[in-house]
Write a protein that binds this ligand. Structure first.
Ligand code: PAF
Length: 279
């Protein structure tokens, strides 16, 4: 596996692959990789001739500077795991490569609909940072297909909308969340949980699973069952931000005849967890 930091070298390698008629898949990450990320790389390996992963902790998507500063950096272990999962090229750019005119002078990409509400209501500017960096990474890598996890479902839907609205020549794929044995969604943030909070963390999954089952059984009193779920999270030691039932494909409010999903975000100690379950 090659590791490249410079945009020009990356372009030359990917252009060579494309000239040889090879299909290129891309898995963007912020590092501190877990089995969920590796499942994306393994899937990408199966649908393309070449797999590029990126590791870049993007400052513009952190609304809390402390959260950015604390984000774990585990480059050596990450590159070892990417190589084992079948990645051909790891792109690890620095800030000047991603934001050549500086992040404060950056051209921004702002998706105005799907990014509102849910996590967007609690993390102002977060999705603008995500779309801004993913657009840049797509322009740098120029993949045929990009693979994201469904755990950040709102992020996935926002990126799909960006790609469709800006006519970006890339296919976006979302893969199901990978979970620990007790149901907790894998996340780079799980490593920040205290041992006691880790024991408790799967309450989020269990509360969402109950809500999913209620909706699947035909309950339509969404406000009441969402409130029950918020109370159950509080009783389980969480500080919930939201629990909501939404349409699966665009995260709009639930409508008859559409596939639905239940989503939640909640704090456990000083760790913010998100999860969702399709119905
Ligand atoms: O999901 C992530 O890890 C990040 O939001 C992404 C897509 C790599 C953009 O920085």
């Amino acid at each position: 596996m090659r590791i490249l930091e410079a945009a020009a070298e990356l372009s030359a390698v990917v252009a060579g692959w494309r000239a040889a008629g090879e299909r290129v898949a891309f898995v963007p990450t912020m590092g501190n990789l877990h089995a969920g990320h590796l499942s994306l790389v393994e899937y990408a390996r199966g649908i393309a001739d070449r797999v590029v992963a990126s590791i870049y902790v993007n400052p513009t998507q952190f609304n809390d500077p402390d959260d950015f500063a604390r984000y774990p950096k585990t480059m050596d272990e990450d590159s070892r795991r990417l190589k084992a999962a079948g990645c051909d090229l790891l792109f690890a750019p620095d800030e000047a490569t991603v934001y050549p005119f500086g992040k404060r002078n950056a051209v921004l990409v702002d998706e105005p609909v799907i990014s509102q509400g849910l996590c967007g209501a609690f993390r102002p500017g977060h999705f603008r940072g995500v779309t801004t960096v993913v657009c840049r990474l797509f322009n740098l890598v120029r993949p045929d297909v990009a693979v994201f996890g469904q755990k950040d479902l709102q992020q996935l839907r926002v990126i799909e909308r960006m790609v469709a609205d800006l006519h970006m020549p890339v296919q976006v794929e979302g893969l199901p969340t990978v979970r620990e044995a007790d149901g907790l969604a894998m996340s780079s943030r799980n490593g920040r949980l205290t041992p006691e909070d880790r024991q408790n963390a799967a309450v989020l999954y269990r509360v969402l699973a109950k809500l999913r089952d209620q909706v699947a059984a035909g309950r339509h009193d969404y406000a009441a069952i969402q409130d029950e779920a918020m109370n159950a999270l509080e009783a389980g030691g969480f500080r919930p931000e939201y629990v909501e039932v939404r349409c699966w494909d665009d995260l709009s409010s639930p409508k008859a005849g559409r596939s639905l999903v239940v989503l939640a975000a909640a704090w456990l100690g000083d760790t913010r967890l998100i999860d969702n379950l399709p119905i």
